[in-house]
Each structure stands twice: as C-alpha cells, then as structure tokens.
Ligand binder design. Structure first.
Ligand SMILES: Cc1c2[nH]c(c1CCC(=O)O)Cc1[nH]c(c(CCC(=O)O)c1C)Cc1[nH]c(c(CCC(=O)O)c1C)Cc1[nH]c(c(C)c1CCC(=O)O)C2
Length: 364
C-alpha cells in the first residue's frame, strides 16, 4: 500500500528532472548528510554506521540535518543509507571500518552459491522503507525526498574485491575470465535493485538515483557489455513494475561516474536525468545528449576547498555552461561527486547561495 502525503511545496527538482524550465536550478549535494556536518559527527560518535542505517529514527534524523541547516536554500533530501545494503540483503556481511570491508568476498563463481536464492527486500530492507516513510512525513512537503541504490557493476566490484580497490584486479578477472557468470551475477544484483527502488518509491521516495561510481573504470566497450544492460534492466524493470502495481512513476537519475565517453548511449538507457562528474563541460554533455534527458552536476567537489572567490567563480562558470538561452532548463545543480569530510559547512552554504544567484533566469 502506498501512503498519501501532504502536497509538495518546492517541486523545482521534479520539474527540472522532467526537463522543464525552472526559475533557477534546484540544488542538492551528493553525501549532503555526512561527516562534514558536526551534527552528523555527533550522532555518529555514539552509533555504528550500519546501526544508523537500520534505525529509522536515526536515519530520519540524519537525513533531515542538512535540510534543517540549509532551510530554504536546499531543494532536496536524500535518504540516509548506503549502496552496500544490497550485498547485505543478498546475504553478505559488510563492515564499515572506516571504509567498507567484506570478511567473506566472492572469490570464484562457485561462491555465488553462498548468496541468498531469493531476496525479499521487505524482510531484509524493511527498515529503509520505514525510514523513507518517516522522513516523508517529517518533511511535511518542504522538499522532495530522493531514494537510491548502487548500480550492479559498482556493487559487483565491492562484493568481489571485498572493499575499495585501486586496481579492480579481482572483479576484472571475473569479467574477462568468467564473462557469462559475471553477467548472470550482474543481472541478479539488478533484480534486487529493481525491488529496492520500487519499495523505496512505494514508501515515499519522489525521485530515485542509481550510483554507478565505478563506471569509469571500464573501457567504453566493457561498460556497454557488462554495466549498461544491467542499468537498462533497472530502468525498464522499475517502470514496468510501477505500472503493473498502479503506482505513479517518479523520475530516475543515473550517475555513471567517469562514463562521459558513453553519454550518447546513456541518454537512451531509460533514465530521465544523467548525473555528470566534473571531467566534462556541461555544454559539451548537452550537445551529446540533446534534449533527451535532464542533466545534474557537476562542480569538482574540491572547489569547496578553494575559498569563496573560487566557489563563486566556478559556480558562475558552471551555470554559464549548463544554461541554454539564458535559462536553467533541465539542470539540477550538484557537485560532480560527493562532498568530502573536510568541507566547512558555511562554504557549502555559500555554494548553495551561489547556485541560486547564478542559475536564476535574471542573472544573465
Ligand atoms: C561508493 C558508494 C558507497 N556509498 C555510496 C556510494 C555511491 C556514491 C559515491 O560514489 O560516493 C552512496 C551513499 N553513501 C551514503 C549516502 C547517503 C546519502 C547522502 O547524503 O548522499 C549515499 C548516497 C552515506 C555514507 N556512506 C559512508 C559514509 C561515511 C561513513 C562514516 O560515517 O563513517 C556516509 C555518510 C561510508 C561509505 N560507503 C561507501 C564507501 C566507499 C564509504 C566509505 C568512504 C566514504 O566515506 O566515502 C560505499
């Protein structure tokens, strides 16, 4: 059963995601609820990372922290969780100490037998749906709530490497030595992604984003061979399940970091919005995708360490590149990756204010 909630007061994000013209670009930031905020660190001091994810009251509190601090200038909330809840739901143990680590990763294709045959997301990840519904209620229509999941390729890499990696040696061994087994596992993960996103939308998520953080580690050919089919499976699967279950569709965003060479293909992968990292100029990305999708991004997160003058200058440059005919049509402002722990929260505020100023229709 889907819940009913109060009407949305600020729908800039949803309008921009549908490619509509907006009076200014909506703005939110990946990892906006995180370690750069002292109020996050205060909660984190007393609770383990995944304990917070699994406790709806704590996940809700942290999701709302940036919305409260940047009241009136932040245009979305993103549910506090992690992409690694999917491997957990599939039966793997994941620790966060301080980065993710899997005590028992998948070494060879036979290890896939250790994963759960059937994953019931309502049983395994019901806490996340509960947190989403709670946040929606507490937001009281102030800003929309974003749900998310990790992309199969990115999750596959963690499940095989057993944590972060610089070389991607183990997971690429799988791709090149066991391509069929790799594709099967990627699709198995994609099925859980569909269930998870549908569950999040039913619980109250108003837009969902798929994070393919390691897309750029694959050659364009291998990205098309291994990652893209699973990304298409997710967009098509979510849309058809929502239609069958009579649930209204929500916009879907794909952030395939580092996959700028594949933008033309990604524009037809079934997503409404493509997230951009900072390694491509927005005007160039727009030239490639045409009017097929809205775009999100893409300031280098490290600009936030450069002082106010740099932030202002670079936001201005970014806005000029995203704008078309002087308007912010189909642009959701964001960083090109997550905000990092050392940023001064007041510099983040200044970034948000600069977006308001330089993305406004009247500013050019
Ligand atoms: C690759 C990935 C992960 N998690 C995520 C990704 C994709 C986005 C990206 O590329 O950054 C996604 C994620 N992780 C987190 C969110 C919450 C919502 C948000 O504010 O954006 C989201 C959307 C919280 C988090 N996830 C994590 C933290 C910090 C952990 C802590 O509190 O100790 C937070 C706030 C931990 C985490 N989780 C992960 C890593 C590699 C780490 C440790 C390193 C790091 O912090 O970047 C996996």
């Amino acid at each position: 059963m889907s819940e009913t909630f109060v009407p949305l007061k600020n729908d800039l994000l949803l309008r921009a995601a549908r490619g509509e013209e907006t009076e200014r670009a909506p703005v939110w930031v990946m990892r906006q609820a995180g370690r750069y905020l002292p109020e996050f660190r205060a909660v984190r001091a007393n609770h383990e990372f995944f304990e917070i994810c699994r406790t709806p009251d704590l996940a809700c509190e942290i999701t709302l922290q940036p919305v409260r601090r940047y009241k009136g200038i932040l245009d979305a909330a993103i549910i506090f969780s992690d992409i690694l809840v999917i491997p957990q739901a599939m039966g793997m143990e994941v620790l966060m100490n301080p980065g993710p680590s899997f005590p028992d990763p998948l070494n060879v294709p036979e290890d896939v037998g250790k994963l759960k045959k059937v994953v019931d997301v309502n049983v395994e990840l019901g806490y996340l749906f509960e947190a989403i519904t709670k946040v929606r209620k507490e937001l009281n229509g102030e800003v929309p709530l974003i749900g998310f999941c990790g992309a199969p390729w990115t999750l596959f890499s963690y499940m095989i490497e057993g944590g972060g990696t610089k070389t991607f040696q183990k997971c690429k061994t799988w791709l090149f030595k066991y391509p069929e087994e790799s594709k099967a596992l990627l699709m198995r993960i994609a099925d859980v992604c569909v269930d998870l996103l549908v569950g999040q939308i039913k619980a109250g998520a108003q837009l969902v984003q798929v994070f393919d953080s390691w897309a750029g580690e694959l050659s364009p050919h291998d990205f098309a061979t291994f990652s893209l089919p699973s990304l298409r499976h997710i967009s098509a699967g979510v849309r058809s399940r929502l239609a069958t279950e009579n649930v209204s569709a929500v916009p879907m965003t794909l952030f395939a970091k580092g996959a700028n060479q594949s933008l033309a293909t990604l524009a037809d992968a079934g997503y409404d919005v493509l997230g951009l990292d900072w390694c491509i100029d927005a005007a160039e990305a727009r030239r490639i995708v045409g009017n097929r999708v809205a775009l999100q991004g893409n300031l280098d997160p490290n600009v936030l360490y450069g002082g106010r003058e740099a932030v202002q200058r670079e936001v201005k440059r970014m806005a000029a590149s995203f704008k078309r005919d002087g308007s912010a049509k189909g642009w959701i402002a964001n960083l090109g990756h997550g905000i990092t722990p050392g940023v001064d929260p007041e510099d983040m505020r200044f970034f948000l204010e600069c977006v308001h100023k330089y993305s406004a229709k009247t500013s050019f």
